[in-house]
Design a protein around this ligand. Structure first.
Ligand code: IPM
Ligand code: MN
Length: 359
């Protein structure tokens, strides 16, 4: 019998629903071509829903999401909601609740896509950042003392547990081995200043490395990592880092791979339910215009299928995306693609159907 998956869908705010529609179009096409089926359950949460109802993340939604095989998220964020409420109340809460301790972000420049880095091609920009996604500065430890007085103190602590760090590092080694490219894993940290947190990271890294003699290890401070990502991105194969540094360097990564219209990510619990999203946000000013690039959302479905074990279908999606980027879309920026959002989805789906995915 054909495999059937339950996928929870959170279209969310702004351009989220538009790009999610194209992701679902592509998922359906891939499922039909590769012989599996998908049932979707849509969840209406986000800024719009919060403003209407005051609800952020109802218990019933959490329950539904935790029963799915995977989650596909468009974007959460609304200009009329104070920063922090939705981020902490939905996105970060889901990552923590579902223990999605890996944030996987490929940085890959596809042929035909503009990079602001001179003289670098798709040969040079092809690495993956594995960001720890459940601890660090994001854990929410700390507080405000004497708030609003001249003696005010703000403390925000980075939490790094041996268990949390080690499972992330181990995942990174495994991923690097499976990827089978340069077989090089770089730890990105700040051992010269954050001498507690990155002392633990460094020790865990080199201890785990003993189990992976086939993987070359390397270390770079986070500031130097930013420099090398621009100057010599070809040095990287897989990079593992903490939550905050991972957040920052993956925005830089998104820019060198062609922008937010391309960058996809996965919040992964290797033993549980994972959640995939384009990392660009809700882009409110483009909402409803059908000009936003859906490729990041479509590439998120590729990561989703890889994670649930539909590798062939995932590869086909990436192949079709490669073809669209190389042959069809001339500029990946919103409004400059020469195609509408839904036409780009049609192009990708069309190539999957006709098997034109071997680029
Ligand atoms: C990301 C985003 C989030 C983060 C925000 C929206 C909380 O920037 O997914 O990178 O900081 O993790
Ligand atoms: Mn970010």
């Amino acid at each position: 019998m054909a495999k059937a998956y339950n996928i929870a869908v959170i279209p969310g705010d702004g351009t989220g629903p538009e790009v999610v529609a194209e992701g679902l179009k592509v998922l359906d096409t891939a499922a039909a071509e590769f012989g599996f089926s998908i049932d979707y359950e849509h969840y209406n949460i986000g800024g719009e829903h919060y403003l209407k109802t005051g609800e952020i993340l109802p218990e019933a939604v959490i329950q539904g999401l935790s029963e799915a095989d995977s989650i596909f998220l468009g974007a959460i964020g609304h200009p009329d909601v104070k920063p922090g409420i939705l981020e902490k109340g939905i996105l970060l809460k889901l990552r923590f609740l579902m223990d999605q301790y890996i944030n996987l972000r490929p940085v890959k420049l596809y042929e035909g896509v503009y990079t602001p880095i001179k003289n670098k091609t798709s040969e040079d920009i092809d690495f993956v950042v594995i960001r720890e996604n459940s601890e660090g500065l994001y854990a929410g430890a700390g507080g405000l003392l004497k708030q609003g007085t001249p003696d005010e103190v703000a403390i925000q602590e980075s939490i790094n547990t041996r268990k949390g760090v080690e499972r992330c590092i181990r995942y990174a080694f495994e991923y690097c081995r499976g990827r089978n490219k340069a077989k090089k894993l770089t730890l990105c940290g700040k051992t010269n200043v954050l001498t507690y947190a990155f002392d633990l990271w460094e020790r865990a890294f080199y201890e785990v490395a003993k189990d992976y003699p086939d993987i070359e290890t390397d270390y770079a401070h986070v500031d130097a990592t930013c420099m090398w990502m621009v100057k010599n991105p070809e040095w990287f194969d897989v990079v593992v880092t903490d939550n905050m540094f991972g957040d920052i360097i993956t925005d830089l990564g998104a820019m060198i791979q062609g922008g937010m219209g391309i960058a996809a990510g996965g919040n992964i619990n290797p033993e549980g339910v994972s959640m995939f999203e384009p990392i660009g946000g809700s882009a409110p000013r483009y909402t409803g215009k059908q000009i936003i690039n859906p490729i990041a959302a479509i590439l998120s479905t590729q990561l989703l299928l890889e994670t649930i074990g539909e590798q062939e279908a995932a590869t086909a999606i990436e192949g079709a995306v490669k073809k669209v980027l190389r042959d069809d879309i001339k500029d990946v920026s919103a409004g400059k693609m020469g195609y509408s959002t839904s036409e780009v989805g049609d192009l990708v789906a069309g190539y999957i159907k006709s098997g034109k995915t071997g680029v």
